[in-house]
Design a protein around this ligand. Structure first.
Ligand SMILES: Cc1ncc(C[n+]2csc(CCOP(=O)(O)OP(=O)(O)O)c2C)c(N)n1
Length: 692
């Protein structure tokens, strides 16, 4: 078959226009071939996008990207984010050809197979060179806003001789249709992230067909309206692409380069159609594409000249990296040491002492305060000793108590401040924070109301999936928030968040536990944390000094043990722990011996051994107390148990009216405990916790 014939009776496709640079076209064709072959071998995947964006990627990696495959984590490397993560074979091909040791040809051949590094969508941590996990459309783009922001913050702190790199992202039509793109673009424009460059794969195709089926947005005007610089190029014209990137480097704002491309460029009948989006092309089409592209090599074979060119691209960065390292070595020891500590993600020693001091002050004052207020005090103690903290809130700063004394706003184009006004953009904030963590050198925390974790949930899930220790400060954590009513009162949120694997959900009971949970969240650099905090005041429960022991570290502990064998164990979290304590006192007056267990973090408790579980939970009947739904509680309650909580949505009224209205009271806890003790007295106990 010649280049002008087409398989299976289709009209012969027009010949491809001659490339501006035949060498670059051959390099791009290697990416195209690897994508076609790997998807074909896996019988699954997305060949169209990698084939369409291969020219852009070749120019970017070949002529601009600052990276060194022999030192993939070099701090001053440029960051590349493939937001259109379904086109993962583009990234895997690039990593392989430029010489990342772990991205072998065998890995490409095992695309999408169990245990391979070439997962269906790029996963941070599976292979070096993958900066963030992408796949849910729009997330990578929103992460890149955080990555670019982290670069600016660190450059302001350490100087541009130490931190000076670009963040590049490829996004598709899908990324731009997702709502999160609105928040991300708007935030990046406001923050004037001039070193962020986004390539839009403008191929006008998504899964259902032409994008005109669903969207008519003028994307270029849209970016411009958000304060971005924009450019438009033929995404197969390598000269034009290079010129646009050079122009972007000069802009004082983030830049979007709209790249007009053909999906599955080179494929004889499927190019430019949705058929090439997410299915193997098939042997005939691949054969036709090879011929049209002039790529006469068998599957997975890269000719020596092309391999050599790509190898040169990969080798180019080592000298730049060494030059940077020499510069770092010349810095004074204190500045260098601090930079290196930050990039290792190690906490400074003073953090523990600062938190102990905060706890000592809580005890000295012994005041009834909300845990959100305690969190604010903890931050006041942390900020002077933890320069990597970057705070923020989605426009709820005074409610979340997230802004500490001495924390200045980030005021673009100046980035010396360490507090970000994320605006009413919970989802964008969460994704940006993930980007900040992924960049390294900073610990971001961001606030909103717990109920609005729903608005940020896809990004919270990705924090967990991609091992990013983002800290979410989520206040107004129950009906206890009162008058704002059921729209704002979380009911199922604790359960929903606990359902996310690899996420720590903290619900501290008092100011001391708040400090302890903050410490645990800060130490947890590879697992994200949600701090669920009260709006309403709670009494100090941990009045006795702990001599430096973090009692929340095991997730649950006996706060108060009665003298003599337990008749009943009251398990509670957050603001309901003090209700359990009040119930304990009522029961004691009747001669019923109740223990109170505080459970600030189920996930940490789950990690403890059976002996500890048994010691804490005991074998007596149990009553769980939490102003949320019961879902998940059976894990800890066992058979002889009751639960005091919510069964439906809350109500609009002062908190003092809502708790009795929903029967979340000490009296109710005592009543249920009494009933259990009476009916189960003498019966055999099952000491092992039940399963949901
Ligand atoms: C949040 C989210 N919704 C849906 C999908 C499923 N999905 C994957 S790719 C895609 C279409 C994307 O179109 P486009 O960005 O134009 O990609 P292209 O067709 O150019 O490869 C969809 C709906 C997804 N990955 N993420």
């Amino acid at each position: 078959m010649t280049a002008h014939d087409a398989p299976s009776g289709h009209p012969a496709p027009a010949p491809l226009p001659p490339p501006a640079d035949p060498k670059l076209r051959r390099m791009a064709n290697a990416l195209r071939a690897l994508a076609m072959d790997a998807v074909e071998q896996a019988k699954s995947g997305h060949p169209g996008m990698p084939m369409g964006m291969a020219d852009v990627a070749t120019v970017l990696f070949g002529q601009f990207l600052k990276f060194d495959p022999s030192a993939p984590d070099w701090p001053d490397r440029d960051r590349f984010v493939l937001s259109a993560g379904h086109g993962s074979m583009l990234l895997y091909g690039l990593l392989h050809l430029t010489g990342y040791a772990d991205m072998t040809l065998d890995e490409l051949k095992r695309f999408r197979q169990l245990g391979s590094k070439t997962a269906g969508h790029p996963e941070r941590g599976l292979a070096s060179g993958i900066e963030v996990t992408t796949g849910p459309l729009g997330q990578g783009m929103a992460n890149s806003v955080g990555i670019a922001l982290a670069e600016r913050l660190l450059a302001a702190e350490f100087g541009e001789d130490v931190v000076d790199h670009h963040t590049y992202a490829i996004c598709g039509d899908g990324c731009l249709m997702e709502g999160i793109s609105h928040e991300a673009l708007s935030l990046a424009g406001h923050l004037r992230l001039r070193k962020l460059i986004v390539f839009w794969d403008n191929n006008t195709i998504s899964i259902d067909g032409p994008t005109s089926l669903a969207v008519d947005d003028d994307q270029v005007a849209r970016f411009a309206a958000h304060g971005w610089a924009t450019d438009q190029v033929d995404g197969h014209d390598t000269d034009a692409i290079a010129a646009a990137i050079k122009r972007a480097h000069e802009n004082d704002r983030p830049t979007m380069i709209a790249c007009r491309t053909t999906i599955a460029f080179g494929a004889p009948t499927k190019a430019g159609t949705a058929a090439a989006h997410g299915s193997p092309l098939g042997p005939d089409e691949i054969k036709g594409a090879r011929e049209r592209l002039g790529w006469e090599y068998p599957a997975f074979v890269i000719p020596d000249d092309v391999r050599g060119w790509w190898h040169e691209v990969g080798a180019r960065g080592a000298a730049t990296r060494r030059h940077w390292e020499t510069g770092l070595g010349r810095l004074d020891a204190a500045r260098r040491g601090e930079f290196e500590r930050r990039m290792r993600g190690e906490l400074p020693k003073d953090v523990a002492a600062a938190l102990e001091q905060a706890c000592a002050e809580f005890r000295a004052k012994n005041a009834k305060i909300a845990t959100r207020v305690a969190s604010g005090e903890v931050l006041n103690a942390l900020v002077p000793v933890l320069p990597e903290l970057v705070g923020g809130s989605a426009d709820l700063t005074p409610s979340n108590n997230t802004k500490a004394k001495g924390q200045d706003d980030v005021r673009p184009p100046a980035y010396a401040g360490r507090y970000i006004r994320y605006g009413v953009r919970e989802h964008g904030m969460a994704a940006a924070m993930n980007g900040i963590v992924a960049h390294g050198g900073l610990i971001p925390y961001g606030g909103s109301f717990l109920t609005f974790t729903d608005y940020a949930r896809p990004s919270i899930r990705l924090s967990a999936l991609s091992h990013l220790g983002t800290v979410y400060v989520m206040t107004h954590d129950s009906i206890g928030l009162g008058e704002d009513g059921p729209t704002h009162q979380p009911v199922e949120h604790l359960a929903a968040l606990r359902a996310i694997p690899q996420l720590l959900v903290f619900r501290p009971a008092d100011p001391v536990e708040t400090a302890e949970c903050w410490h645990l969240a800060l130490e947890s650099r590879r697992t994200p944390s949600v701090l669920a905090l009260t709006r309403q005041a709670v009494p100090l429960l941990r009045t006795a000094p702990d001599h430096g022991e973090n009692r929340s570290a095991r997730g649950a502990y006996v706060l108060s043990e009665p003298s003599g064998t337990r008749h009943v164990t009251l398990l509670a979290t957050g603001s309901e722990v003090s209700i359990a304590v009040a119930a304990q006192q009522q029961l004691a007056a009747e001669g019923i011996r109740a223990a109170v267990v505080s459970m600030p973090c189920w996930e940490l408790f789950e990690r403890q051994d059976e002996a500890y579980h048994s010691a804490v939970l005991g074998s007596a009947p149990r009553v769980g107390v939490e102003a949320g739904v019961r879902t998940g509680w059976n894990r800890w309650l066992g058979r002889n148990a009751a639960f005091v909580g919510m069964t439906g949505f809350g109500g609009s009224a002062p908190a003092e009216a809502l708790y009795p209205h929903f029967h979340i009271t000490a009296e109710r806890v005592a009543e249920l405990a009494r009933g259990l003790v009476t009916s189960y007295a003498g019966a055999s106990r099952d000491p092992t916790p039940g399963r949901d």
